[in-house]
Design a protein. Structure first.
Length: 176
């Protein structure tokens, strides 16, 4: 999922990228190591993940190319239009208020900015017993409808299959 997300970001040198729910910071490190954009930021609910990613990205943070913060997708700690691209992988299941979350994503993206949202297909997640512990499962059309309501258009979906996780979607949407 992270590889497809990376590819679908189609990074450019002047991009400013935000990852929501960065976990250990793997994808942010991949973006920075490739040298394909000017700046990355990340927000994660977990103080422990912020510390872990802070260590992983220490050199980039010291060089002013990255920053990581603790926070929620429903109240992103960044300014309006601060980013050209935003990605989130396997987080949608935990959003308390999907409409508020996507509105916040739209707020921090510049007009024409790109959102890349990846998540597992409902039917495959239902087979995994862990989904019963705090997961909200989605059909693809539910996500597309939420994106439109939040001010996104030009929605494009790529499908992937992971041997361990099954079918997943990587949805690109433009901030309009």
């Amino acid at each position: 999922m992270n590889q497809l997300t990376y590819e679908r970001l189609s990074l450019l040198p002047d991009d400013r990228v935000l990852e929501v729910g960065f976990g250990s910071g793997y994808l942010l490190e991949k973006i920075l190591s490739a040298g394909t954009c000017s700046h990355v930021a990340g927000v994660d609910l977990s103080a422990e993940m912020v510390r872990l990613a802070g260590r992983r990205l220490g050199k980039f943070i010291r060089d002013g190319k990255a920053r990581v913060r603790e926070g929620s997708i429903e109240a992103l700690p960044f300014g309006d239009g601060e980013f050209t691209k935003l990605c989130t992988v396997n987080t949608v299941y935990f959003w308390r208020e999907p409409a508020a979350a996507l509105s916040e994503c739209r707020r921090v993206l510049r007009e024409g900015g790109l959102l890349v949202l990846c998540f597992n297909a409902r039917e495959d997640l239902e087979r995994w017993p862990g989904h019963k512990h705090g997961f909200r499962l989605y059909e693809l059309d539910e996500i597309e409808d939420e994106l439109k309501r939040a001010g996104f258009g030009a929605i494009d979906v790529a499908r992937g299959r992971d041997p361990a996780q099954g079918l997943f979607y990587c949805v690109n949407a433009k901030a309009v």
